[in-house]
Design a protein around this ligand. Structure first.
Ligand code: ZN
Length: 368
């Protein structure tokens, strides 16, 4: 069974030139559905787009197979970061780059192209396989919105692979952190700064005292926290009555994250209360932590498939947040596998053609 390298590269180049962005994936979704249907794979869009205010939903496709085998899910995301419109790919020495004015969008078109190429080969060779589910998500960048708004009752996959890690091809991320988003508003009291400052309560002072008490940065080897933005005040002659803070915390352990977020809340609440101000702190769990067991079927198959195509099968302990966090939280053990793209989220993003080919070969091996 051979992948068709030139067809794969051509499709990659075609797909990166289709504009796509979070909440604006319609053209990409239409092209993926068109290609899948051309291959005889039924595909439809779910209603996640309506739920998040986007112009397309997640694309879900199913390929029935031998029922004594597990149902495997493969996923990639259709959106991309900015600047990601009007991409003009160029090839130099076997590596695909953008022209330098945009990202390349190998994150995550490389995943999409590899999955579609694997389906091509399956159909061409009429190779036997188990039941397959393909999920192309919207809005992964900046919130995992597509995966979060997916109807999981439609999937019934036993386990899955997200093709969306910058690790080398043949590596898989088996652990992901949980993340909390912390939104705080500190309410003080306005007064004239020169005439009657004693009647005011300065929210900036309250916020800064709270933050000064807070543990941030690296908390321990599994936990981090950061104050991202702080906004407040209008003029020097007014005692500031309102400050807005955006912060985050992450941990590989859900309970450690809980403690860190509560600690950040208490620092702000106590500093505010001590001055007669008030802190309103909202903590939202963006996604939960996950950890796959090395002996789980999803990783056993991954290692077996890697051996067959001469890849290392290396298991990488932790990664950032990706759709895989959400799939795992929804009961589908999912490994985020390395697809070899480099310098993602920059205009120097690139992917070697040999890596693109290797991902397609690995995907085909995982399927069969
Ligand atoms: Zn990605």
């Amino acid at each position: 069974m051979q992948i068709n390298a030139s067809r794969l590269v051509d499709n990659f180049l075609k797909l990166v030139q289709i504009d796509s962005a979070p909440r604006a994936e319609a053209e990409m979704a239409a092209e993926i559905i068109r290609q899948l249907q051309g291959l005889g794979v039924a595909a439809h869009m779910d209603n996640a787009g309506a739920l998040v205010g986007g112009n397309a939903g997640n694309v879900i496709a199913k390929l029935p197979g031998k029922s004594d085998k597990p149902t495997i899910m493969f996923s990639a995301h259709m959106d991309r970061v900015e600047p990601g419109l009007k991409i003009k790919p160029v090839i130099r020495d076997g590596v695909i780059y953008s022209d330098g004015s945009t990202i390349l969008a190998a994150d995550d078109v490389a995943g999409i192209a590899a999955i579609i190429e694997a389906i091509y080969v399956l159909k061409e060779t009429q190779t036997e396989h188990g039941p397959l589910t393909f999920v192309f998500t919207i809005g992964e960048e900046g919130g995992l919105h597509g995966a979060k708004n997916l109807d999981y009752s439609q999937l019934n996959a036993d386990f899955g692979y997200a093709l969306d890690s910058s690790g080398p091809v043949g590596s898989a991320i088996i652990q992901g952190p949980a993340q909390d988003k912390i939104e705080a508003v500190i309410y003080g009291k306005a007064a004239h700064a020169g005439v009657n400052p004693e009647d005011g309560i300065n929210a900036i002072v309250a916020a800064s005292r709270g933050i000064a008490e807070m543990k941030t940065g690296r908390i321990d080897h599994e936990t981090t926290a950061n104050i991202g933005t702080i906004k407040g005040g209008t003029a020097t002659n007014i005692v500031t009555d309102k400050v807005e803070i955006l912060a985050e915390a992450r941990s590989l352990q859900n309970d450690k994250l809980e403690r860190q977020s509560q600690h950040m809340r208490e620092c702000l609440e106590q500093a505010a209360a001590a001055m007669g101000a008030r802190a309103e702190v909202k903590i939202a769990r963006m996604y939960s932590a996950f950890r796959l067991d090395a002996s789980a079927p999803v990783l056993a198959l991954f290692k077996r498939a890697c051996r067959k195509v001469n890849l290392s099968g290396e298991l990488i302990p932790s990664g950032g947040g990706s759709d895989a966090n959400i799939f795992n939280a929804n009961g589908i053990p999912t490994a985020n596998i390395g697809i070899g793209y480099k310098k993602v989220h920059t205009t120097e993003e690139n992917i070697a053609i040999k890596d693109l080919e290797a991902v397609a070969r690995l995907t085909l091996e995982l399927i069969t």
